[in-house]
Design a protein around this ligand. Structure first.
Ligand SMILES: C[S@@+](CC[C@H](N)C(=O)[O-])C[C@H]1O[C@@H](n2cnc3c(N)ncnc32)[C@H](O)[C@@H]1O
Length: 227
C-alpha cells in the first residue's frame, strides 16, 4: 500500500546540510509525470506555477528540462520552502524562482511574480496534494486555475484518483482508508467531482493519463480550449 508524507524531513534523515530534502516518491514518479507534460510544455513560453511543491525536486528537475519557461514553486511549510530554495540554489537555474507561500485552503489565494501580482500562467502543476488535504484545497486549486490559466493553458494534477466513484485498484482503496483514518478531511478524490469543479471554473474535463502504481495525471485545459 502506498504511504503518504505530510511534511518531509520530519525524521531528520532526509535533509542535506543545506536543507535540501528528498521525497521518497520523486525518483519513482518524476519521469512519468514529465512525459505527460513534455510535449505541451515544450511548445510554451511564460510562467508555470507549482502548488504544494514539497521538497522542490520536481520544480527543479522540470525547470532544468524547460529553460524557456519560468517556474514558480510554492508550499505552506517553512521546512519545505527552505528545501525548495536550497534545491534552487543548488541547481543554479535562471528560470527557477524563489518559492512562495501559497495555501490552497484560502479561496482567495494568489501568486506573486518578482514582487508583482502574478498574471496569466501557461501551466499549473500539483503533485500528490489533493488526497492529503481537505476537499476545499481541490476546490480552490481548480477555481484558481480558472482565474490564472491562459486560454490554452493546462493544469496538471498527479495522484491517485477514483473514477465514477470507484477506486482503480484495491491498494488505492486501502490507501484511501488509511488517509481518512489519519484525517477525515483527506481522501482519494473522484474524477467526476473534479470535473464538476473544472466545469464551474470554465476548464475542460480532464484528459486522463494512466501512471505507474495506479496513479493518474489529470490534464485540465484552460477556458479557451474546446474540442
Ligand atoms: C505528499 S506532499 C507532495 C509534495 C510534492 N508535490 C511531491 O510530490 O513530492 C503534499 C504537499 O502538499 C502541501 N500542502 C498541504 N496542504 C496544502 C495547502 N493547503 N496548500 C498548499 N500546499 C499544501 C504539503 O506541504 C506538501 O508539500
Amino acid at each position: 500500500m502506498a504511504k503518504f508524507v505530510v511534511e518531509f524531513g520530519k525524521s531528520g534523515k532526509e535533509a542535506a546540510p543545506d536543507g535540501r530534502l528528498q521525497g521518497p516518491a520523486f525518483e519513482r514518479n518524476h519521469d512519468a509525470i514529465w512525459s505527460t507534460m513534455a510535449t505541451f510544455l515544450s511548445a510554451q513560453t511564460g510562467d508555470v506555477l507549482e502548488l504544494g511543491s514539497g521538497t522542490g525536486q520536481h520544480a527543479t528537475t522540470f525547470a532544468g528540462r524547460s529553460p524557456q519557461l519560468t517556474w514558480w514553486p510554492s508550499d505552506i511549510y517553512p521546512s519545505h520552502l527552505a528545501s525548495i530554495e536550497a534545491w534552487r540554489r543548488h541547481a543554479g537555474l535562471a528560470n527557477l524562482r524563489t518559492p512562495q507561500h501559497i495555501d490552497l485552503t484560502d479561496p482567495a489565494w494568489s501568486w506573486t511574480a518578482d514582487k508583482q501580482p502574478g498574471g496569466v500562467l501557461a501551466a499549473m502543476l500539483c503533485i500528490n496534494v489533493l488526497h492529503i488535504s481537505p476537499w476545499r484545497v481541490a476546490q480552490n486549486l481548480i477555481a484558481g486555475a480558472g482565474r490564472y490559466l491562459a486560454a490554452d493553458g493546462r493544469l496538471f494534477a498527479y495522484g491517485p484518483f477514483k473514477r465514477s466513484g470507484q477506486h482503480t485498484a484495491p491498494s488505492n482503496a486501502e490507501f484511501d482508508a488509511s488517509l481518512r483514518a489519519e484525517n477525515p478531511e483527506w481522501g482519494v478524490r473522484d474524477l467526476d467531482d473534479l470535473n464538476a469543479l473544472a466545469q464551474a471554473a470554465g476548464l475542460t474535463p480532464a484528459e486522463i493519463v494512466p501512471m505507474p502504481a495506479n496513479n493518474l495525471v489529470l490534464a485540465f485545459a484552460g477556458a479557451g480550449r474546446r474540442n
